[in-house]
Design a protein around this ligand. Structure first.
Ligand SMILES: Cc1ncc(COP(=O)(O)O)c(C=O)c1O
Length: 376
């Protein structure tokens, strides 16, 4: 066996210096770490915007059956899935590109549009992967603060776009705040961002917005003359975060082809394709998940407000709230009680926590633990 020295000071470095400046992917605490110190704790995962509800039983059966066929490669064009998505969205099948989660689409968007020196426009705070999409390609990040209600400020984004802007990320609902854009706002953005820019509308929480009475933005995005893409995922409303399936609805054949060129050939495995397809067709299960999420979200918002917190308006499966003290202290104290939540890492948001909607026991457990922490 080869021997490796613990001293890595003389190890070779990577040839792409921009990568060195990037933070490594997050390593959130896992149950095992917490349980090691206190095996009796009930652990509540309320930090990653997952669903506490298992996927559709039909999806589980489809995945089990698919396991018997994994000696074969998966369909590299995900035909059954894209046919089903095309039928419901109206986007032609060949303009739908599946990804290993929508995170893969975010990475690809940077690779296909950004060259060194180009500008990438992002709302802040928003999903951190957008920043990486800029940084790994040598792009310059231009940040635009959110509006006070936590939604993207589309007019400020249009004003910040220049002839160097190659990529704009907008999100509705926005993570970490949870608020949506109106179709009127999306239309302004779609028509106001220069045609030399790829406009991405990240709709990872799309289904929650629609369930809450929000508007569908696809038709107004299609009014754009420049390049555009909408990203959605099976991770949230389908309870399938673990199988990693997301998709791109592309605004033109060329944009779809560009995303196709960026991916690895078999990027969505056969078990994941089968599970996503069965979940897509199980509308009752999706409705149940969305409705339970809405009920628990409202209980979380009410409970947080009663404890003096100030939550952003949210339609998503998480609640972000301003607290009266540093969020880092609250997160650490809750972790000791087995409750895993997140906090905002953006300057100016030091007192903001983000809590994923869980089961009804999670809501009660979190609120009781938070009450204790705030009283101490
Ligand atoms: C706004 C947003 N976009 C994209 C993603 C990535 O989701 P996935 O890669 O699981 O599809 C997330 C995950 O939390 C998100 O919050």
């Amino acid at each position: 066996m080869a021997e490796f020295s613990a001293d890595n000071s003389n190890e070779p470095t990577i040839p792409k210096p921009a990568l060195r400046a990037l933070p490594s992917p997050g390593r959130p605490p896992v149950e095992a770490d917490i349980a090691r110190d206190n095996p009796d704790l009930v652990i509540r995962r309320m930090n990653l915007n997952e669903s506490p509800i298992q996927p559709s039983p039909k999806s589980i059966v489809a995945m089990q059956e698919a396991c018997t066929r994994v000696n074969r490669y998966p369909d590299p064009q995900w035909r059954e899935l894209t046919a089903a998505i095309s039928e419901e969205t109206g986007i032609p099948q060949h303009r739908i590109v599946m990804g290993n989660g929508s995170d893969e689409a975010i990475v690809s968007a940077g690779r296909l549009s950004v060259s060194p020196g180009d500008e990438v426009l992002v709302p802040v705070p928003s999903f951190p992967s957008y920043n990486n999409a800029a940084a790994v390609n040598g792009g310059t990040l231009v940040t635009v603060p959110l509006k006070a209600d936590g939604s993207n400020d589309v007019d400020a984004m249009i004003a910040a776009a220049t002839d160097r802007t190659r990529l704009v990320f907008a999100a509705s609902p926005n993570n970490p705040t949870g608020n949506v854009l109106t179709s009127e706002e999306v239309e302004r953005l779609a028509l106001g961002i220069p045609d030399t820019t790829l406009l991405v509308l990240d709709e990872a929480y799309y289904e929650f917005g629609i369930h809450d009475g929000g508007e569908d933005h696809l038709a107004v995005m299609a009014k754009r003359t420049g390049p555009w893409a909408v990203f959605r995922t099976f991770s949230k409303a389908y309870g399938l975060a673990g199988i990693r399936v997301g998709y791109i609805l592309a605004g033109s054949d060329e944009i779809a082809n560009a995303f196709q060129k960026m991916r690895s050939v078999f990027n969505v495995n056969a078990v994941a394709q089968a599970g996503a397809l069965a979940a897509w067709h199980d509308k009752d299960h999706r409705h149940m998940l969305l409705e339970k999420t809405r009920i628990e979200r409202e209980r979380l918002v009410a409970g947080l407000t009663a404890l003096g917190a100030e939550p952003f308006p949210t339609v998503a499966n998480f609640v972000t709230a301003k607290m009266d003290r540093p969020a880092a202290d609250i997160v650490a104290a809750l972790l000791k009680k087995g409750v895993m939540i997140g906090r905002l890492m953006h300057p100016g948001y030091e007192n903001y926590i983000r809590v994923t909607v869980g089961s009804d026991e999670d809501t009660d457990g979190f609120l009781a633990a938070l009450k204790d922490v705030l009283a101490s």
